[in-house]
Design a protein around this ligand. Sequence first.
Ligand code: GLN
Length: 490
Amino acid sequence: MTAPPSLPAPTVAGLARGLARGEYSSVELTQACLARIAAGQPALNAFVTVTGEAALAAAAAADAARASGRAGALTGVPIAHKDIFCTEGVKTTCGSKMLADFVSPYDATVVKGLKAAGTVMLGKLNMDEFAMGSSNETSFFGPVRNPWDPTKVPGGSSGGSAAAVAARLAPAATATDTGGSIRQPAALCGITGIKPTYGRVSRYGMIAFASSLDQAGLITVSAEDAALLLGPMSGFDPRDSTSVESAVPDYTATLGDSLEGLTIGLVREFFDKGLDGDCGQRVREAIAVYEELGAKVREVSCPNLPLSVPTYYVVAPAECSSNLARFDGVRFGHRCDSPRNLADLYCRSRGEGFGAEVKRRIMTGTYVLSAGYFDAYYLKAQRVRQLISADFARAFGECDLLLGPTAPTTAFGIGEKNDDPITMYLNDIYTIGANLAGLPAMSIPCGFAGGLPVGLQLIGPHFSEARMLNAAHRYQQETDWHLRVPSAWA
Ligand code: GLN
């Protein structure tokens, strides 16, 4: 395959500067992205829907806005949305047969915010079905492939977002993270991912998986790009009662601040025997960079953190079994042919519309919520969730940010873990804690092991996005791992 022409700058920040200086138009930039998407789709399967015509129309409108002096920082920058966000008049499938033909009548708040900021939507990105997965193999639309090695998974559930940004088909993408689905694919694809604090970004119009854990965020090349895009998608939304009423800072304002005096806690439980040796080594090398930047590093312990995977796999399926009850073949979504009666309509519509992993979660969730087992599983899991939150709160009494690996290994082979859901679930062992505690967290590239990218995870106290983004940005000023592009896509 010959790589299509590369984009005129590697980052959103660079592209925004080029647009502002008139070096190219948004239409030209959008055409370049569409050409890369067309070249990338057969190999990567990152997109479910490409909205080429609408993108070019939006780009022309952005160019016109700029010509008349009405351009903002992001006017005309092309991005793509995970197919979990409702987009008016455009298919929103959530990676499922259940919603394969669903056209949303409205935009999610995230989509609306980024549109209002002038970004141009290129299309909708492939994902694990209903965001359940760590490898993007559960999508009804087929697996996504890792641009660094197409025999490997890109991670999940935001695998389409990660693959598209890693191969530079789109300069940036939205994504969601319920247990690691932004950070883990960002790590496996060698790019930057941020999951904001629970409540920072509205969940309105984002198809629900596990409502107390779901949070929208971004997959970008750099932390600076994440800082530019996070503002317009954040803030209080009366349509989401869990969105928080507090002012959104300018996340770019503190980029470049010194890390002198910052205390970074290394979470002892993250450096366990499950961590691949080379991945651990890359993380230790990153720690040395932080020390050179003036940060103080100390070890901290979150003793209940090893319980995060079993806790999550009670809480998340419980919430999913309730959220997915609405897909019953009556109001929207897949409906079976000629149902004999109401029960048959429910059973066959759901049986045909959902894939195996989603069914596994619904059954687990229904079980843990059932009368005889509620106390033993669901209530117990909620208690452990509190203990994990308390561990983090204690750790943040001693340090400003926590640091560790994002995932235990680099990208694994497509099909390699399909027969063993527990091994698959263990991929999120380092990411799930932040979701259970509602904390903001990021993954940034910190090197390679066996030719595949390794991710470094940062976790901050609630609403410390600005501090975390700056810590990531300072590291990225000293290193260039985030700018590496797989050779086939350079
Ligand atoms: N891999 C985890 C799961 O399958 C997390 C998914 C997510 O964050 N959406 O539940």
